[in-house]
Design a protein around this ligand. Structure first.
Ligand code: NOJ
Length: 573
């Protein structure tokens, strides 16, 4: 496909901003929109096309914004609608579009509609917007056996009044009641929410929790599960609430809303990217990206892959193959705010993806972490994904090769998973620690700025930063030749120079058992995902007349013919 006919989001580079942890402009220890504005230059230096803001709507922050209490405003700690407009305008001056995060599956228990539902009687119109059902056993037991994704029952009893006897459904936590999308009020509310943000210049949405949106209308019991299963996996195996046909009806309505808006606003190219863990089920990518559903869907298999050639090759080629004749491009990512950071994951020599996986400890291992090894592998993985057809979503801090913070004290952990599993699962705080910008501990390594003109000390950051955080800061990485920050900028430039002009398709190349190789037009990318140098046949027809345009190790391919351990090389004609 010629690049002229591409939609911007088909091969975009997107930077994910976890607002709470990016930059704090008013010194309260919590990131905010003004902080993002002040650091836009950093995002722009990575050559991105768009930024995606994690939810920044008003919220009690029980799940850090994934519990929305008002879909058409900005959380006060983060700023205001005026500041949001200013951010969109500033981003546009850098040629950067803004994507938001839509949470349609559930809201906060403090959303006015949910409060009204609690106050209203069973059977009322207010309760019909959610899943309120009579309990079993005269209201004493929940309506069915469904488990919540973050631990415990998915049902919460309305109150102790036996005259009520109803329970409500919260697939994630009791603070996040599920919407019933078959309800006309709910449908209309999301149409209005889309239009509100599109009118403010937002170009699209990452759509949260796609898997459990839509339920079996009768809410039957979840069938028994064979075998030993992590409690956090139970929900994802519930056929009555995960990947339901009722969900697809919601996505078709959403897509129609976008299409109608585009028709009224020529020139706008809006998009939605679906968040769902379709791990090892690439066929679902195709289903969710049918022409009247999502424009794109995250492919998380590569993010979850151990450092092992067969696994990487499969995670890479399955989505490319399954989408090959659809015109849909994959959405690649190596990190996000829910997953242990890649440097730590791949820094464990024996890291593996267990057959049974959870949203949190996807690669579980007790092995010591070798961060230098993890960083080499993370760089090699980045060089692979920057070359691929499709969009690439970066998560803030991966350009600094930040590791997961593993030793957050229990009393500072804020992820509801930690509390709801009684500490059995540590949760996701470790990948959300506020970013280090400088070496100055007095400003939380540049994360917090005192309000203008104020010399008062800044507040502690909302999650504690490790003592060596300054050594990993943007300022230090800027000064260090060959740093991962410089590599990311180089990769972004190389993507524009050598990858974006290639077709939106790629094929596997057989260059030997230990090498993962992909050919995309004139570009050939080769990954050595082993711990030893591997010979490469430079006389292979796919490599003749090519030159090395990029390498993740300091030594480019020797004129001999080996590729260094844990590294990636780009060859181009
Ligand atoms: C997926 C989000 O990425 C995660 O952070 C959140 O906790 C759940 N969905 C529930 O909204």
């Amino acid at each position: 496909m010629a690049s002229e006919s591409r939609r911007w989001w088909q091969d975009a580079l997107v930077y994910q901003v976890y607002v709470r942890s990016f930059a704090d402009a008013d010194g309260d220890g919590i990131g905010d929109l003004e902080g993002i504005r002040s650091r836009l230059g950093h995002i722009a230096s990575l050559g991105v096309d768009a930024l995606w803001l994690n939810p920044c709507y008003p919220s009690p922050q029980r799940d850090h914004g994934y519990d929305v209490s008002d879909y058409v405003d900005i959380h006060r700690e983060y700023g205001s609608l005026e500041l949001f407009d200013a951010l969109v305008a500033d981003a546009a001056t850098h040629g950067i579009k803004v994507l938001m995060d839509l949470v349609p599956s559930h809201c906060s228990n403090e959303h006015p509609w949910f409060r009204a539902a609690l106050a209203a009687a069973p059977g009322s119109a207010e309760r019909a917007r959610f899943y309120f059902r009579d309990g079993q056993d005269d209201g004493r037991a929940p309506p069915n056996n469904w488990q919540a994704a973050f631990g415990g029952s998915a049902w919460t009893r309305v109150d102790d009044d036996p005259a009520d006897g109803q329970w409500y459904l919260g697939t994630f936590t009791p603070h996040q009641p599920d919407f019933d999308h078959t309800n006309a009020d709910v449908q209309q509310m999301f149409v209005d929410v889309f239009e509100f943000w599109f009118d403010r210049g937002v170009e699209g949405f990452r759509v949260d929790a796609v898997a459990p949106t839509g339920k079996h209308p009768d809410l039957p019991d979840q069938p028994p599960i064979d075998g030993d299963i992590d409690i956090l996996d139970i929900t994802w195996l519930n056929p009555h609430t995960v990947f339901r046909p009722e969900g697809h009806a919601v996505w078709r309505d959403f897509r129609a809303t976008l299409a109608a808006y585009e028709a009224r606003h020529p020139g706008r190219e809006l998009m939605m990217v679906a968040e769902a863990y379709v791990v090892r089920r690439p066929e679902l990518l195709r289903k969710f990206t049918r022409p009247d559903e999502f424009h794109q869907m995250f492919n998380f298999d590569l993010m979850l892959s151990p450092w092992e050639p067969t696994s990487i090759a499969r995670a890479l080629h399955d989505p490319l193959d399954i989408l090959a004749d659809t015109g849909v491009t994959p959405a690649w990512t190596l990190n996000n705010h829910d997953i242990q950071r890649i440097v730590t994951r791949l820094g464990r020599a024996d890291a593996h993806l267990p057959e049974s996986w959870t949203n949190n400890n996807l690669v579980s291992s007790g092995a010591d972490v070798d961060l230098a090894l993890g960083e080499r592998r993370a760089r090699a993985m980045a060089a692979l994904v920057f070359a691929l057809p499709g969009s690439l979503y970066l998560y803030q801090g991966e350009e600094l090769a930040l590791p997961e913070v593993l030793d957050i004290p229990d009393d500072r952990r804020t992820d509801p998973i930690f509390a709801l599993t009684a500490g059995a699962t540590t949760g996701r705080d470790g990948c959300r620690v506020p970013l280090p910008w400088t070496t100055d501990p007095a400003t939380s390594y540049g994360f917090s700025s005192p309000p203008a003109g104020d010399q008062a000390p800044v507040d502690e950051p909302w999650l504690p930063q490790p003592a060596d955080w300054g050594d990993r800061s943007v300022a230090v990485e800027e000064r260090r030749a060959g740093s991962t920050l410089h590599l990311y900028r180089e990769l972004s430039a190389a993507r524009r120079a050598h990858a974006n002009s290639q077709p939106l398709a790629a094929r596997a190349l057989e260059l030997g058992r230990d090498l993962v190789a992909v050919a995309r037009g004139d570009l050939v990318v080769v990954v050595n995902a082993t711990s030893a140098p591997v010979d490469i046949d430079l006389a292979h027809p796919a490599l003749t007349d090519t030159t090395v345009v990029l390498s993740t190790t300091e030594q480019p391919t020797p004129s001999g013919s080996t590729i260094a351990a844990d590294s990636t090389i780009w060859f181009c004609r």
